[in-house]
Design a protein around this ligand. Structure first.
Ligand SMILES: [Zn+2]
Length: 357
């Protein structure tokens, strides 16, 4: 009977032998920064849900949800104050959680029919000013308008965005910054007087390296989403989670000391291996499919266990990604009606149930 119990416990994972206990260096969570009236509930979520699951990295998509002092004209109407951010900073410090702010740079300067604050206030920075925002947004559309981009070669872009980046990293007391840079469809537009005719991979890499170099001056690391560095045609991954506009060759031009957030939501594509072989640190990012996410966790575990010492530390771990607002996510997380569904809340539970502490 003893041996039956023993094998039962082994099956349950009570004994992990055969290989040494190993945990991911990075156990991450990425979500929109809370609105001011969601702040207290979100702080409780950090205390009661993130900390007990040993989440050690929190990426907050801030964009213009902060009362910037350098560029007050770019603030959202209802934005977090410095005191609000300091509450997040102190809460994360208490639990040993690394807090990383995100502002979308280059792409994602509009969403559906809504222009983001940068191009609304400074329309001259638009890569495609000839493409007008529609009254009623629909996808697909004749302009191929998914999101607007800023022109990376416009001389007025970087003084503004680097001021935002420096201010947000300072207030978050952060040693890393997430610049987004995903799903950039508009780049090197033929009508742009600065970018027209240039190699899109070189343009993309130029912007990545410029942001990376700026952050490096203050010993901060650049984090980006990985999709623009994957070849959408050859892999069959398509235009969203990979590039169909020839930016993928940038992978051999950009600096290697970046963190790549490698998102795949429908399949456990083993692209972390590709990024690690190229020399990058990489984290796999699921969204709302718990079954796929558990396979992604197992993949990273396997990659780490079978890697050379050089490669092993590049497989940093996993980041659960949430694409709804913080308030909406908390509602979903605590709602009994959502149990068993493919939601980001259930995916979060599955990921940190599967990833060894
Ligand atoms: Zn341009």
């Amino acid at each position: 009977m003893k041996s039956v119990l023993f094998f039962f416990l082994v099956t349950l994972g009570v004994f992990n032998f055969g290989h040494a206990q190993d945990s991911f260096p990075l156990r991450g969570f990425c979500i929109a920064a809370p609105q001011p009236d969601e702040l207290d509930a979100f702080v409780q979520f950090i205390d009661k849900e993130l900390a007990p699951r040993k989440v050690n990295t929190l990426i907050l998509r801030v964009d213009y949800n902060y009362q910037f002092e350098g560029h007050p004209e770019l603030r959202d109407e209802n934005a977090l104050s410095k005191a609000d951010v300091k509450l997040l900073v102190e809460t994360c410090k208490k639990h040993g959680i690394r807090l990383i702010p995100q502002i979308n740079l280059l792409g994602h300067q509009s969403w559906a029919g809504h222009t983001g604050n940068l191009l609304r206030v400074y329309p001259e920075l638009d890569e495609t000013p000839h493409i007008k925002m529609p009254e009623k947004y629909e996808w697909p559309n004749a302009d191929g308008l998914y999101c607007k981009s800023y022109c990376p070669l416009h001389p007025d872009v970087h003084p503004i965005v680097f001021s935002l980046v420096d201010e947000i990293c300072d207030v978050f007391e952060s040693d890393a910054f997430h610049a987004g840079m995903d799903e950039v469809f508009y780049i090197g537009d033929e009508k742009c007087p600065r970018c027209g005719g240039l190699d899109k991979a070189v343009l993309f890499a130029g912007e990545v390296n410029r942001i990376r170099n700026h952050l490096k001056e203050k010993n901060r690391q650049l984090w980006i989403w990985g999709d623009r560095l994957l070849d959408g045609k050859t892999t069959g991954m398509g235009m969203w989670e990979a590039s169909m506009n020839n930016t993928h060759r940038a992978i051999d031009i950009i600096e290697k000391d970046l963190m790549i957030c490698d998102w795949h939501y429908e399949r456990n594509d083993p692209t972390a291996v590709y990024f690690a072989i190229k020399g990058f640190q990489v984290a796999t990012c699921p969204w709302r499919n718990p079954d796929v996410a558990v396979m992604q966790v197992a993949d990273i575990q396997h990659f780490r266990e079978t890697a050379t010492p050089e490669m092993k530390e590049r497989y940093q771990g996993i980041i659960q990604t949430v694409w709804s607002g913080a308030g909406e996510f908390l509602k979903e997380f605590y709602s009994a009606e959502e149990a068993g569904k493919n939601t980001s809340a259930n995916c979060f539970r599955a990921v940190f149930g599967a990833a060894r502490e």
